[in-house]
Design a protein around this ligand. Structure first.
Ligand code: AMP
Length: 285
């Protein structure tokens, strides 16, 4: 079926109301577009598990810092619509930044969980994410919403927001999709030059090395972090933003246990990439 492009809040609300009146369940996938197979895996899950699947494509201005890549973020609507249609998405909501964020006085701010990792490195980022995701939940009224483990802090924050504010939606976590060589798929990978693309492998490879060390019995967080830092420091185009091991409350841990998360953010040239691994889950790269 042809995907429907929806550009106003009013039309999106009408679409969801119509689906609800027919008792159809709605699966929802929030994205910023420039879609890749990571997004496609979320879309397919939403299509499989619901009667109707809706996706948003919105490069959210209020989640970008003043010196970040809001203006140059890739915008590829035509190609995105084709991917959405191929995955079986029923409607793509593509609102204007003006309609969604102009004259906004209310924000959703989350304590504690944002005081580490990307939350401290990107001040205001999760406030921007939560506010817009909250608005989308209210507009679309999904039964299930699909979030990638690639953005692991975002996933935990959204889960907490849903619990705290009683949004009537189930959050479904989705595994990280990687390129064949291990690089986590990201819309930002297209910024990388050929040599930077090779250098970017250091994220997944250093992560893999640390996971192997842990599997061999190393439980010290600092030892694992040092091993990752040493690998990254060998690459001249790489600059570490953070390497951390945290629990589900996003607090640093000293001793690594099941469900702890090894998380890293690294600049390769000017491109900031993130990756992570949850201890105890299968490492499939
Ligand atoms: P973005 O468009 O980057 O904001 O991402 C939209 C959603 O897709 C988020 O829930 C991301 O975590 C998820 N996502 C992005 N990249 C991947 C990936 N490589 N594997 C799985 N999910 C991903």
């Amino acid at each position: 079926m042809k995907v429907k492009l929806i550009e106003t809040i009013e039309e999106m609300r009408a679409f969801s109301k119509n689906a609800k009146s027919k008792n159809l369940s709605i699966g929802y996938v929030p994205t910023m577009g420039a879609l890749h197979d990571g997004h496609v895996s979320l879309m397919k899950k939403a299509v499989e598990q619901n009667d109707i699947a809706v996706m948003t494509i919105f490069v959210n201005p209020i989640q970008f810092g003043p010196n970040e890549d809001y203006n140059k973020y890739p915008r590829t609507l035509e190609a995105d619509l084709e991917k959405a249609e191929a995955a079986g998405i029923s409607a793509v909501f593509f609102p204007s930044a003006t309609e969604l964020t102009a004259n906004l006085y209310s924000y959703i701010d989350i304590n504690e969980l944002q005081n580490n990792l990307c939350g401290t490195k990107r001040p205001g980022h999760f406030r921007g994410v939560c506010t817009i995701v909250g608005k989308f939940f209210n507009i679309i009224q999904p039964d299930n919403a699909y979030f990638g483990k690639k953005d692991i802090q975002q996933l935990y924050i959204i889960k907490q927001m849903v619990k705290d504010l009683n949004f009537d939606v189930k959050i479904i976590p989705c595994d990280i999709v990687r390129e064949d060589d291990g690089l986590a798929m990201s819309s930002r990978n297209r910024y990388l030059s050929e040599s930077e693309r090779k250098d970017a492998l250091v994220l997944s490879q250093s992560l893999k090395k640390a996971v192997t060390l842990h599997q061999q019995g190393e439980k010290s967080s600092q030892v694992l972090i040092n091993s990752i830092r040493q690998e990254i420091e060998k690459i001249s185009s790489a600059k570490i933003d953070y390497v951390s091991i945290v629990n589900e409350q996003m607090q640093d841990v000293c001793t690594v246990e099941n469900k702890n998360i090894i998380a890293l953010a690294v600049y390769i040239g000017n491109t900031r990439l993130i990756d992570n691994h949850i201890i105890g889950e299968t490492l499939c790269f």
